[in-house]
Ligand binder design. Structure first.
Ligand SMILES: *[C@@H]1O[C@H](CO)[C@@H](O)[C@H](O)[C@H]1NC(C)=O
Ligand SMILES: *[C@@H]1O[C@H](CO)[C@@H](O)[C@H](O)[C@H]1NC(C)=O
Ligand SMILES: *[C@@H]1O[C@H](CO)[C@@H](O)[C@H](O)[C@H]1NC(C)=O
Ligand SMILES: *[C@@H]1O[C@H](CO)[C@@H](O)[C@H](O)[C@H]1NC(C)=O
Ligand SMILES: *[C@@H]1O[C@H](CO)[C@@H](O)[C@H](O)[C@H]1NC(C)=O
Ligand SMILES: *[C@@H]1O[C@H](CO)[C@@H](O)[C@H](O)[C@H]1NC(C)=O
Ligand SMILES: *[C@@H]1O[C@H](CO)[C@@H](O)[C@H](O)[C@H]1NC(C)=O
Ligand SMILES: *[C@@H]1O[C@H](CO)[C@@H](O)[C@H](O)[C@H]1NC(C)=O
Ligand SMILES: [Cu+2]
Length: 711
């Protein structure tokens, strides 16, 4: 009887979802297809269809092809802790829309993806092959992660930058015996608040992301450029910052091209909604403005709101500021922090922050400003905090904050982000225990590591082909012929690749061509493998599959040093090479885990100078951390999750340029692959492919090299 009532409720949900034919707000919550009770569990099976299509849209006021998910630009999805998430990904992108990976694949950023879920982690060709145009695939896994704010996004190559991403919210567990409801009924969490808003923060280009990525594979070395290759070209500054899919590129002065400007832009948003047809004198504008608007977030006076802030950018590090209000930081990457009251907060790409905002100021409209950092010339984004009852179509009366006046946090402010003390002592409080895994009494880090992995970042120029890459320990990751799931392959042959790997120290990457270690699994499965920690780093910049093995139960410390571009023989050009000493910041993200951030600093990590200052008491427990330009970061994690877990920079062009390695963890205990997997293509493109004009034209016709032709 109860069961049939529950089923009726979920059928009702399905009908509501299907009948909802109205255009949906960008960033709004997708209605699940169904929410079905799971007998014997408080959790439900929450099913979504992500129907991925190509459309025209103008999130920034400029029309271009954009990717929609079930008709929505950047929708949010939600589950409760203990639910099973069932995602049917339907790839309805046209075959002719260029893709460096020949398909799409969804990653659930921040979730641990334990057990068989490791296959659904979503990095194309690492966990499973991507879903080709015209195909679909269903991911299904238990979500037992802490309640909080996460992110789902395409992890094939470029489609994230075209809109294939959105917030992923994990609510506390469902109330025992409660019907499968949406929105949620849940046991209480650590905080109470009256309402919530989610702010998806993205940077936005007026060209498709894949068309920008192609050019990163062209020779950087001018001597190697041919008519057919064209020259390397950086993706440059975004044309807008979007907040929940909305903004206007005309708000800020734009600096087209790959940079060179040294002035922060002047920003002057003037109208809340930009009517169609307006054509500001910007090189980007053409005459194509179908109209656009800014996001606003309404709060009731006297009430407290939880704001879920998600930086889902391709490139931009952001500082978000709330005019007239201090907000209280309560969680970073879903894990509760000691509270910090502040007006501005830093979020790098891939990071999420949860804050509480109390509407205790005179009713008015207030600026929410998203300022870019470390990329001078990038525009800012603006939204409005609206007190209920105040005119919703006007901007605040004060002048808009300028990005030049908004500075990022330094190490001192950053070190105030610490684990909540409530998670550092054993407790019987259910709200506290929602954040712990079975068997864990507190979230304190283990006191000592069993191994230390040293990772040196540099930006080499490869002598073999003149490509510019990002390398870890002098190896830039290829991803990835062969066209197989690396996890399936390794799970089947746990020792095989290691037996076949060549000692990298015997290979002079520069002299012998760009590859380190050549293995043959089968002729068609040719893999180039570098086992870090078994071989010393190659002396010259090299290319390969960069693997680090973790035994089950190890406590792994990762020390990342961020060296100048040309370090480690990183540039072969006698005169030009030595001057290529630039450094930049990188948001390093680890799949399958959270890590404790024990310390950060400038220069290279030096144990005798820095080890004593590491915070092993209450460090933040996150999944994405910034290593500053020319700085270091010291991380610790427990190797308790059998699988293959990428550790990579979360800037899309950097990961494409090879800034990643994979932890191969306790592979003998990895679950077998699911019975149904997406079909791998016969041949696949990869991040070293020579996307020459001739190649692109032959594969995708005019839409290849010539993109963006469509405005
Ligand atoms: C996906 O969306 C397209 C365009 O709206 C529609 O034609 C198609 O039927 C949808 N497919 C699924 C599986 O929902
Ligand atoms: C390259 O292009 C230029 C300009 O279009 C042309 O003058 C030149 O002959 C071309 N070179 C080759 C080798 O095709
Ligand atoms: C916000 O915090 C700053 C310092 O932390 C303080 O000076 C200021 O008065 C606070 N503002 C409000 C509105 O609470
Ligand atoms: C709200 O502001 C808009 C734009 O300034 C104005 O046109 C409109 O009349 C205002 N509405 C009210 C109710 O004051
Ligand atoms: C990283 O760089 C340091 C300093 O140059 C060097 O001592 C160390 O051997 C390098 N580590 C690896 C793995 O390349
Ligand atoms: C590696 O190759 C480079 C360039 O060919 C050469 O200068 C260097 O001496 C070689 N190093 C070793 C250790 O063979
Ligand atoms: C790789 O070569 C280096 C240098 O010759 C040597 O020290 C190391 O033991 C070798 N590693 C393996 C696994 O053979
Ligand atoms: C490391 O720190 C120690 C102690 O401060 C110092 O003596 C040493 O020179 C440093 N090493 C390097 C390579 O900077
Ligand atoms: Cu990076």
């Amino acid at each position: 009887m109860l069961r049939s009532i529950l089923l009726t409720l979920s059928v009702l949900c399905a009908l509501l979802a299907a009948c909802d034919g109205q255009p949906r707000e960008p960033g709004s919550m997708l209605a699940p297809d169904s929410i079905l009770p799971i007998p014997g569990s408080n959790g439900c099976m929450v099913s979504y269809t992500l129907n991925v299509t190509l459309a025209y849209g103008a999130p920034s006021c400029f029309a271009r092809p954009i990717v929609l998910t079930s008709g929505v630009f950047g929708p949010a999805i939600a589950v409760h802790q203990g639910d099973t998430l069932k995602i049917t990904l339907v790839n309805n992108l046209p075959v002719a829309f260029p893709s460096v990976t020949d398909g799409i694949s969804i990653h659930y950023h921040g979730l641990q993806m334990a057990g068989s879920a490791a296959y659904f982690d979503g990095m194309a060709y690492v966990s499973l092959c991507p879903v080709a145009p015209g195909k679909s695939y269903t991911y299904q896994f238990l979500v037992n992660d802490p309640p909080g704010t996460y992110l789902w996004h395409d992890h094939s190559a470029g489609f994230k930058g075209d809109g294939l991403e959105g917030p992923l919210i994990v609510y506390p567990p469902r109330l025992p015996g409660a019907p499968p409801a949406f929105p949620p009924l849940a046991v209480s969490d650590l905080w109470s608040y009256d309402g919530e808003h989610t702010l998806l923060l993205t940077d936005w280009y007026h060209a498709s992301t894949n068309s920008l990525l192609f050019q990163l594979n062209m020779p950087f070395d001018a001597a190697r450029v041919t008519n057919d290759t064209g020259a390397w070209s950086w993706i440059g500054m975004p044309q807008a910052i979007l907040i929940n899919g909305r903004g206007f590129y005309g708000d800020c002065q734009l600096f087209p091209g790959s940079g060179g400007n040294s002035a922060p832009p002047t920003c002057m948003p003037s109208t809340f909604t930009v009517p169609p047809g307006r054509s500001p004198a910007q090189p980007w504008a053409s005459n194509n403005n179908p109209g656009c608007t800014h996001s606003q977030f309404t709060v009731e006076p006297g009430k407290t709101f939880r704001l879920r802030l998600v930086n889902a950018a391709t490139l931009v590090f952001m500082t978000i500021c709330f005019e007239g209000h201090n907000v209280t930081l309560i969680a970073a990457d879903a894990i509760p922090t000691a509270p910090i009251s502040t007006r501005c907060l830093d979020l790098n790409s891939g990071q999420r922050l949860d804050v509480l905002l109390t509407a205790d100021q005179p009713p008015a409209n207030y600026w929410i400003t998203v300022a870019p950092q470390y990329r001078i010339g990038a525009p800012a984004g603006y939204a409005v905090l609206n007190y209920k009852g105040v005119n919703t179509s006007t901007f605040p009366s004060s002048p808009p904050p300028q990005p030049v006046n908004i500075t990022p946090w330094g190490f001192a402010e950053d070190s105030l982000v610490r684990l909540s003390p409530r998670l550092l002592t054993a407790s019987s409080d259910l709200a506290v225990n929602l954040y712990l895994s079975p068997g864990e009494a507190t979230l304190a880090p283990p006191p000592v590591p069993t191994k230390i992995v040293l990772v040196n970042l540099s930006q080499p120029l490869l002598e073999a082909n003149g490509q510019l890459r990002w390398a870890l320990n002098n190896v830039a990751m290829t991803r990835n012929p062969p066209c197989v799931s690396l996890l399936s392959k390794m799970q089947k042959y746990p020792k095989f690749l290691k037996q076949m790997a060549v000692n990298a120290s015997t290979v002079n990457g520069t002299g012998a061509g760009p590859f380190v270690g050549i293995s043959y699994v089968k002729a068609k499965d040719k893999m180039t493998v570098y086992y870090d920690g078994i071989s010393p780093a190659p002396l010259y910049p090299s290319v390969g599959l960069h693997l680090v093995e973790n035994a089950g139960g190890e406590v792994v410390d990762v020390v990342v040093n961020n060296f100048p571009a040309n370090s480690f023989n990183g540039d072969y050009r006698p005169v030009v090479g030595p001057t290529r000493t630039a450094v930049e910041q990188h948001p390093m993200h680890l799949h399958g885990h959270r890590f404790w951030v024990l310390g950060r600093g400038s220069g290279a990590f030096n144990a005798s100078a820095h080890a004593a200052g590491l915070n092993t008491v209450n460090p933040p427990y996150r999944d994405t951390v910034t290593v500053t330009g020319g700085g270091w970061v010291y991380l610790r994690f427990k190797a308790d999750n059998p699988g293959i877990w990428p550790f990579h920079c979360h800037l899309l062009p950097h990961v494409f340029m090879g800034q990643q390695l994979y932890f191969v963890e306790d592979i003998a205990n990895a679950a077998p692959p699911p019975s149904k997997v997406p079909k791998c293509p016969a041949t696949c493109q990869y991040n070293f492919a020579p996307y020459t004009k001739a190649f692109l034209r032959s594969k995708w016709g005019m839409s290849g090299w010539e993109l963006p032709p469509l405005y």
